[in-house]
Design a protein around this ligand. Structure first.
Ligand SMILES: Nc1ncnc2c1ncn2[C@@H]1O[C@H](COP(=O)(O)OP(=O)(O)OP(=O)(O)O)[C@@H](O)[C@H]1O
Ligand SMILES: Nc1nc2c(c(=O)[nH]1)N[C@H]1C(S)=C(S)[C@@H](COP(=O)(O)O)O[C@H]1N2
Length: 177
């Protein structure tokens, strides 16, 4: 079985310019290392905020690099340069609004400003794309909230099969799947 290809995209003007070190992309990778037990490879990119940079990177990961799953972090808020959802609209073919709803619901139990994130998810071809907020502390909270549904979603869209460590996160596959 070919390893799953997982794209990790940090969307941040300041991380991409070196103003601060990116902590959120590595936090995604560290969480995946604990959670995903089947073989996977990563394609990690750090890019500036902006419609074109996000759109072009997501399309490249999905169509050229053949990513099964892409996790982004940053650019989901209401500030002028936060354009991740606008770029997503030009990339995804099938929105999956439940992802954003669930991540905000769980995050709101921790921080009231979770309501400011316009994070979403959707499918392009055989690629599932999920947005996470920029704050490093939001990564584990949001991934734990939605990851149980991700392996079965990948099955349904014809992407790679992934297995998880139930001690970290239990993948839910309906009986018979
Ligand atoms: N990738 C990251 N690595 C480390 N810290 C981050 C990252 N993204 C955000 N942060 C922290 O969260 C705070 C709020 O982030 P903010 O929402 O302004 O980021 P952004 O809009 O995603 O990216 P930026 O403003 O850098 O383009 C930042 O001041 C920083 O402390
Ligand atoms: N779990 C969690 N979600 C969170 C946060 C957080 O600290 N933890 N920060 C919020 C804040 S302050 C903002 S502005 C929005 C958008 O962040 P982004 O623009 O960096 O993506 O995510 C929100 N979601």
């Amino acid at each position: 079985m070919a390893p799953a290809r997982i794209g990790i995209v940090t969307i941040s003007d300041r991380a991409s310019s070196g103003t601060y070190a990116d902590l959120s992309g590595p936090a995604i990778e560290a969480w995946l290392r604990r959670a995903v037990t089947s073989a996977w490879t990563t394609d990690y990119r750090v890019i500036p905020d902006g419609f074109e940079s996000v759109r072009d990177t997501l399309i490249d990961l999905a169509d050229a690099a053949g990513a099964d799953l892409v996790l982004t972090t940053g650019g989901t808020g209401p500030a002028p340069r936060d354009l991740t959802p606008e770029a997503m609209a030009g990339v995804i073919e099938k929105p999956l609004p439940g992802f954003g709803e669930q991540m905000r619901r769980i995050s709101l139990e921790e921080v009231p400003t979770a309501i400011l994130s316009r994070q979403e998810a959707g499918v392009r071809g055989r690629t599932l794309i999920v947005n996470l907020p920029g704050k490093p502390a939001s990564i584990a909270v949001c991934l734990a909230a939605v990851f149980p549904a991700i392996p079965y979603c990948l099955d349904l869209i014809g992407a790679a099969r992934i297995e998880t460590d139930p001690a970290v996160v239990a993948a839910f596959r309906p009986k018979g799947a």
